[in-house]
Design a protein around this ligand. Structure first.
Ligand SMILES: Nc1ncnc2c1ncn2[C@@H]1O[C@H](COP(=O)(O)OP(=O)(O)OP(=O)(O)O)[C@@H](O)[C@H]1O
Length: 122
């Protein structure tokens, strides 16, 4: 592709639109991502209700961003694996399980962070 066209403003807008439609496609089909989105909304409402500090908001935003983006990457890995190897394979199982494990680790730490921030503000 022409490098002028690649770096143009119009192309950046198109790239942004593609990224948004990619996120929407995953949100529509992945139940776990929907659950994480609802949990994020609940966390936001709790933060507003408890009037948490700016630094606490920053930590929560960072944590929610990490969990949600890891969930999107996990869905992408699952789709890639289904695309390149639709039938059962032990290695596919290990890859998918490890990818889901990464989300689980982030989600567990997110719960701990939420407790550390919210409990003292109750
Ligand atoms: N082709 C495959 N070969 C081996 N194991 C598989 C295969 N497809 C799925 N699995 C197993 O089933 C589990 C669920 O895989 P699936 O692709 O259905 O993801 P999912 O239902 O969206 O789960 P999650 O998003 O919670 O990880 C995987 O973690 C893996 O253990």
């Amino acid at each position: 592709m022409n490098s002028d066209l690649k770096g143009s403003k119009r192309n950046k807008r198109i790239g942004f639109r593609f990224a948004l439609s990619g996120i929407l496609a995953v949100v529509k089909t992945e139940r776990n991502l929907k659950i994480h989105c609802f949990a994020s909304v609940a966390v936001l409402l709790t933060g507003i209700f408890l009037s948490i500090s700016p630094i606490e908001w920053a930590v929560l935003f960072l944590t929610m961003g990490l969990v949600l983006s890891l969930e999107v990457v996990n869905s992408v890995i699952e789709r890639v694996m289904d695309f390149i190897h639709p039938s059962y394979h032990q290695e596919v199982k290990v890859i998918k399980d490890a990818s889901a494990g990464a989300v689980l680790i982030a989600a567990c730490f997110a719960v701990m962070i939420a407790l550390v921030i919210f409990v003292p503000n109750l």
